[in-house]
Design a protein around this ligand. Sequence first.
Ligand code: BTN
Length: 242
Amino acid sequence: MQLIKINATDSTNTYLKQLLGETLVTDFSVVITKNQTQGKGQRGEKWISEKGKNLTFSILKIKPLIAVDRQFLLSSLVSLSIIKTLESYNIPNLSIKWPNDILSDHHKISGILIENIIKSNKIDFSVIGIGLNVNQKLFKGLPKVSSLKSILGMTLDKDELLHKLIENLQIYFKLYTEKGEGIINAEYETYLFRKDKPSTFELPDKTLITGIIRGVTDAGKLCVQMEDATKEFDLKELKLLY
Ligand code: BTN
């Protein structure tokens, strides 16, 4: 495993993707920076992280042996490895807000952005970007965001945390290879935020609907039981309000 530390970069995902075209990079190589200036989030949003305080890094998985129509499995694997790592730090009430926001109680502490490079209908490379709020205390204008330091009341060693995260990610990839996807999907659902609870969602046209989250399909769509039927939604089709 290569650990590539960069003082500053726009996005570790972008940096790692560029490296792929230029040099030989080994499986589970990591690009990490103290200062990510244009961090990318989901739904085209930005990931903002105070310089030097948090973990912002990307890991490369070469040929993850996951079918293109099962890409969501990567989200599940990565989410679970973050959850397991945070459990070892006694972070309370951890859950996964679909598709892959990591929450402690109602606060987001980590986000994942996976970019897959697909060739001949196979995932050639998976660039797994992780942002984890570690030692930042203030999140201006973001009342639903928190960090490990705010939760535990102490400063954490980021290097130690990074190594535990990588180790757990390798453990989950191995589990998938040896035992298959069933065990991963089942565990993901045990952490699914607001599962089996009535919730309110916002649709793209801003209308609000209510329904109960029942699970996630193999393709990664959220199954919501509504008054008349259970419907499947993808990321752009609804937003959970909480
Ligand atoms: C989200 O929750 O919206 C996803 C956030 C992902 C942020 C990480 S930080 C490291 C990597 N590089 C990026 O540009 N984004 C991901």
